[in-house]
Design a protein around this ligand. Structure first.
Ligand code: SF4
Ligand code: SF4
Length: 201
């Protein structure tokens, strides 16, 4: 029994020693290239070819997240030809209704002259400390106005209640983090607009 334990310990130590030596070997093979702190180096260490150290030196290094990764949502705006932010959200309230922990608050705008409601938010809050990152708001929004973000470093000493200024991000940003999703939605929107234009003729 004692002998068995001794063998196991030696086997474990040999794995550690192999990793230790391979780390230096790979460092030598990578001379002139950035093995640490570069996308190429991280991808190599995460691949089957990676040898030696494979831990990520966070926060100096970060693993790339997949397209479908989701954290706290953000609101999408497009830009008008004169550079104004056009908020896609129409204040329909569906996201707030489907949100399981009820962490979305929306205040609709009113026309200052008539007092009638305008389909654009005056205020929009998400309590990021309560959000469970489920993505239902983004799934249900009929206007592609709210999307799940990739930003996950939100630690702070205070409450993370995000207001509309914090939540607004451009459609170009959305395309940069979720290119396949954005392309699919752009295509569907263009097809819908073309169908509407044809039926109006
Ligand atoms: S579901 Fe979309 S359009 Fe409706 S309130 Fe939420 S973000 Fe705005
Ligand atoms: S991701 Fe889920 S929990 Fe977070 S705001 Fe959207 S619906 Fe609510």
């Amino acid at each position: 029994m004692t002998e068995m334990y001794g063998k196991g310990i030696l086997k474990g130590l040999s794995v550690t020693a192999k990793r230790f030596l391979e780390t230096y070997l790979d460092d030598i093979l990578w001379l002139g290239r950035k093995r640490y702190g570069s996308d190429e180096g991280i991808a190599h260490r995460a691949s089957k070819k990676g040898r030696g150290i494979f831990t990520i030196q966070y926060p100096e290094e970060k693993l790339p997240v997949p397209e479908e990764f989701r954290f706290v949502p953000f609101l999408v705006y497009t830009e008008s030809p004169d550079g104004q932010k056009v908020i896609r959200c129409t204040c329909c309230g569906i996201c707030a209704k489907v949100c399981p922990p009820q962490c979305i608050w929306i205040v609709r705008s009113n026309d200052p002259a008539t007092g009638r409601p305008i389909p654009t938010p005056a205020e929009f809050y998400i309590d990021a400390d309560i959000c469970m990152n489920c993505g239902l708001c983004a799934e249900y929004c009929p206007f592609d106005a709210i999307k799940m973000d990739h930003v996950y470093e939100l630690a702070s000493y205070g409450r993370n209640i995000f207001d509309i200024q914090h939540l607004l991000k451009s459609a170009d940003y959305y395309r940069s983090i979720r290119p396949a999703n954005a392309a699919r939605e752009d295509e569907a929107r263009a097809a819908k607009e073309a169908a509407r234009a044809t039926s109006a003729k």
